[in-house]
Design a protein around this ligand. Structure first.
Ligand code: PAF
Length: 277
């Protein structure tokens, strides 16, 4: 696996490659786990060349400590990427990404109004800035993102349209531990007990998926809020239209509904979601 650190080197390689090869791209912030490996494998199966990036993007952290404490595990990450089928890793410094950035206004059209957008002010603008820049440099035919970050996935689809990138956005299912806990770089910071207790998020989402026809959104919320609240600090658990991310109060309000949740256990904040119907 080749490793490139500068935008110039990367652009030189990718502009040649894309003429004859289908280029697939997996952007990451490192601290990789099996969920990332699944994205890289899916990318490798559907592309001639698989490019991944590792860049801990400062502009998407609304909390400086969170940025500084974010795990940096380059040696392990390289091994995982290579094993999963990555051909080229882009590993830039901040100046390579933001040095030449031309400022722009961005209208999320409400997609960022609730959930992560509400609880992490500025987070999604940081995501849009970095993914836009990475798409300009890598010029992929397809880019792969996990459904675990459901709101991010929708915003990246929107951003791809707004800036008219000719990039297919491929969404991949959330990879879970055998307990149901969604894979996340933050799971490394959980004690065994916290890990066990966090399973309640997946149990609650599954309960909603299995019982929505019998119970109203309000009844389901009452049940899961009490279950999650027993061991975790619940930030939100909501049902939303899977197309607009507007919150719904009746099942008839949307054709497809997704349940989204975030909760803290100790110092660790976890998110998860599930398509209900
Ligand atoms: O999902 C992530 O890891 C990040 O938000 C992304 C898409 C790599 C942008 O920094």
């Amino acid at each position: 696996m080749k490793v490139l650190k500068t935008s110039d080197e990367l652009q030189l390689v990718t502009s040649k490659l894309k003429e004859t090869k289908r280029v697939g791209f997996v952007p990451t912030m490192g601290a990789l786990h099996d969920g990332h490996a699944a994205l890289v494998k899916e990318c490798a199966e559907n592309s001639d060349i698989t490019i991944a990036s590792i860049f801990v993007n400062p502009t998407q952290f609304n909390d400086k400590d969170d940025f500084h404490n974010y795990p940096r595990t380059l040696v392990e990450d390289k091994h995982l990427l290579k094993t999963a089928g990555c051909d080229l890793l882009f590993f830039p410094e901040t100046a390579e990404i933001y040095g030449d950035e031309v400022g722009f206004d961005y209208d999320f059209k409400g997609l960022d109004a609730r959930f992560e957008g509400e609880h992490r002010p500025g987070h999604f603008l940081g995501v849009v800035r970095v993914v836009k820049r990475l798409f300009e440099l890598v010029q992929p035919h397809a880019a792969f993102f996990g459904k675990k970050d459901f709101q991010q996935l929708m915003i990246i689809r929107q951003m791809t349209e707004v800036f008219e990138f000719d990039v297919e956005i491929v969404s991949c299912d959330t990879v879970r531990e055998s307990s149901g806990l969604a894979m996340s770089s933050r799971n490394k910071r959980l004690s065994d007990q916290e890990k066990n207790e966090s399973i309640v998020l997946h149990k609650s989402l599954s309960f909603c998926k299995n019982n929505w026809a019998q119970l109203t959104p309000r009844e389901l919320f009452a049940k899961v809020a009490s279950d999650i609240g027993a061991t975790m600090e619940l930030e939100y658990f909501s049902f939303a239209d899977a197309k607009t991310l507007k919150e719904i109060n009746n099942w008839g309000d949307a054709e497809h509904v997704v349940a989204l949740t975030a909760a803290k256990i100790g110092e660790v904040r976890l998110i998860d979601n599930m398509e209900i119907f």
